[in-house]
Write a protein that binds this ligand. Structure first.
Ligand code: PRP
Length: 181
């Protein structure tokens, strides 16, 4: 059972649900009377995106992008490749990029810059988790679920070697799983 590989539950299903509702209320308030487009960056954000979009009451379009960031060990590099682009034109739209985790900032720094060049009306970033201690390039965050320490977290969309994405909570992985102490 994958639960046996979890050392500690960092955020329970209930805590995640509560925080997602709070973020959604904030977005509803900030964009009152406007239509927004949520852009989920695959794959990690698919669970957060599914919950967040259903908690928002505004008119809301959704679209998806996939990027692959060359990784040096566990840190992403500045070299980001778009493996799936958006289907929709974002010109003149209010965009919120939805991410599961902001780490070095390399991926989001590149992606936000790329999307800004497509002339949206506005663009903001919503990340469920933020690890500011790991930041290498500055990224402006408008909505952040939780600030976390530099631990190996999985679940609620986040993976280790493509596993654990389907855990309904966020947990810290036992170090033996990734060859640690
Ligand atoms: C994660 C996350 C961000 C990126 C953040 O994706 O979804 O896209 O890493 O890291 P950074 O701030 O250091 O750039 P990952 O590459 O693990 O792919 P996945 O979403 O498919 O799991």
């Amino acid at each position: 059972m994958m639960e046996n590989d979890i050392q500690e539950v960092l955020f329970s299903e209930e805590q995640l649900k509560q925080r997602v509702q709070e973020i959604a209320r904030q977005i509803d308030e900030d964009y009152a009377g406007q239509e927004i487009m949520l852009i989920s960056v695959l794959r990690g954000s698919f669970v957060f995106m599914a919950d967040l979009c259903r908690a928002i009451h505004l008119n809301c379009m959704v679209d998806f992008m996939a990027v692959s960031s060359y990784k040096n060990g566990t840190t992403s590099s500045g070299q980001v490749q778009i493996t799936k682009d958006l289907t929709e034109d974002i010109t003149g739209r209010h965009i919120i990029v939805v991410e599961d985790i902001l780490d070095s900032g390399n991926t989001l720094h590149y992606l936000l810059n790329l999307l800004e060049h497509r002339n949206p009306a506005s663009i903001r970033l919503c990340t469920l988790l933020d690890k500011p201690s790991r930041r290498k390039v500055p990224v402006e965050v408008h909505y952040s679920g939780f600030t976390i320490p530099d631990a190996f977290v999985v679940g609620y969309g986040l993976d280790y070697a493509e596993r654990y994405r389907n855990l309904p909570y966020i947990g810290i992985l036992k170090p033996y799983v990734y060859g640690g102490q």
